[in-house]
Design a protein around this ligand. Structure first.
Ligand code: ASP
Length: 280
């Protein structure tokens, strides 16, 4: 059993050590809770559980505490991939729900597995997800100060390998902040979140760069074709260099390799492996 989570890029790192410590503590305790959960649950159930806890923490840009878009509204995106059954489900730009990753999970058994905007919200309401305003005073304050020029990324993700050898990945985001309404993040695409029988990957960073680099899919394909996870990650990240792509990834392979890397300083993450916690 293996598990790794990320809390996106930590842009405040150079100035705010308190936030850095709070994020590390939150990631550490969520990784431990999720690892304990994984003892009795599948990888798929566990990645949803871990990402829902990350969404509930207002320290991260997903669920509660999501970034506000240029028109003053919060729209969130999340996706889930079951490596065993090769099924991907997700929501794009959903509004007024607490846990987008749980709506993505609800969509898994349906024929139409990725819904956007008002369709996603209507599906959520029909399936018992009540109205919830994910805005926090901190995000409103940032919005009002129009900090659109500073990159404030804090997407969340989880990748897990369960006792049966199944892999799964989940990713959830409030987007990049101040974006044009309708912009589609990588987080609910196969570039940002992908898994099969060989590897599972969750990404964070600039969505446009992650999509251009087809990051998660490319890494998983390379591992499927025989590359070690860390080589597959480094090769794929090197391909972002020519256009200064900004991305971070976490991943696990079916062999139990666990890896994380980023193109810029730096992505916050935590992993829990046989009761040993590591984090940055
Ligand atoms: N990838 C997300 C996006 O571009 C942002 C992030 O990872 O923080 O919407």
């Amino acid at each position: 059993m293996k598990l790794i989570i990320h809390g996106g890029f930590f842009s405040e790192s150079l100035t705010n050590q308190e936030i850095k410590m709070a994020k590390q503590l939150a990631l550490g305790s969520i990784a431990e809770l999720a690892y304990n959960f994984l003892q009795h649950h599948t990888a798929l159930e566990t990645v949803v559980y871990a990402v829902s806890l990350l969404e509930d923490s207002d320290l991260f840009n997903a669920g509660t505490g999501s970034q506000i878009q240029s028109d003053g509204k919060i729209r969130m995106s999340a996706s889930l991939m079951d490596g065993k059954n090769m099924q991907f489900s997700g929501v794009i730009n959903i509004e007024d729900v607490k846990n987008p990753i749980m709506v993505a999970e609800k969509l898994m058994p349906f024929e139409d597995k990725v819904l956007s905007g008002s369709g996603a919200k209507a599906f959520a309401r029909e399936n018992g997800f009540e109205y919830y305003n994910p805005e926090t005073p901190q995000r409103r304050h940032e919005y009002e100060k129009k900090l659109s020029d500073s990159i404030r990324l804090g997407t969340v993700g989880c990748v897990a390998l369960d006792t049966y050898g199944n892999l799964a990945s989940a990713t959830s985001t409030g987007g990049k902040g101040f974006e044009i309404p309708g912009r589609v993040s990588d987080s609910a695409t196969v570039a940002g979140n992908y898994a099969n029988d060989y590897a599972a990957i969750s990404c964070t960073g600039v969505g446009e760069d992650i999509v251009s680099g087809a990051v998660a899919t490319k890494i998983v394909t390379r591992v499927t074709d025989g590359l070690a996870l860390h080589h597959a990650c480094e090769k794929t990240m090197a391909e972002l260099k020519p256009f200064d792509g900004f991305a971070g990834v976490i991943g696990i392979s079916a062999k139990g390799e666990i890896y994380h890397t980023d193109t810029h300083p730096y992505m916050v993450w935590a992993s829990f492996d046989e009761f040993v916690e590591t984090f940055n």
